[in-house]
Design a protein around this ligand. Structure first.
Ligand code: TYD
Length: 137
């Protein structure tokens, strides 16, 4: 609950370079610090649209731009930071308890999200005043 944006970090993934094409991979509790319970992806985002805009109480996540580019804004109620994701060999680890929004999607971008939890609407904090209240601010 008192997690700050200082806990958010970019993680470089292994990149096996090969004349036949490059390869990267992610193993749970190895490159990323949690067990993967669910994977989802966001695609066909029309220009100018924003995704996210909520916080999770339990869900930790790791976001990779498998194709194209987009920005992820993280916010702990006091400070905000914007990360640009545009390569498939690194991603953004976001612990639970932070507000996050995804925006500036390029055409044909593909956002992969690895999640530490299965889907639960109860885990979402969907309005910002409730988030501020949750953070005790
Ligand atoms: P939501 O997480 O609100 O999307 P975003 O944060 O990108 O704006 O999810 C949109 C809808 O999809 C919402 O009705 C819940 C549903 N959903 C699932 O059923 N399972 C899932 O794993 C996810 C991520 C969303």
């Amino acid at each position: 609950m008192n997690t700050t944006i200082a806990a958010v970090r970019m993680i470089d993934l292994p990149k096996i370079e090969d004349p036949r094409g490059n390869l990267s991979f992610i193993e749970e509790e190895n490159q990323i610090p949690f067990k993967i319970e669910r994977t989802y992806w966001i695609y066909d985002v029309p220009g100018g649209q924003v995704r996210g805009g909520h916080a999770f109480k339990e869900q930790q996540e790791f976001i990779v731009a498998l194709s194209g580019s987009f920005d992820v804004v993280v916010d702990d109620g006091k400070d905000k930071k914007t990360y640009s994701l545009n390569r498939s060999y690194y991603g953004l680890f976001i612990p639970a308890g932070l507000w996050r929004q995804m925006q500036n999607f390029s055409t044909n971008s593909l956002a992969m999200v690895l999640s530490s939890t299965s889907f639960s609407e109860e885990d979402y904090i969907r309005d910002y005043p409730s988030f501020i209240n949750y953070k005790g601010l």
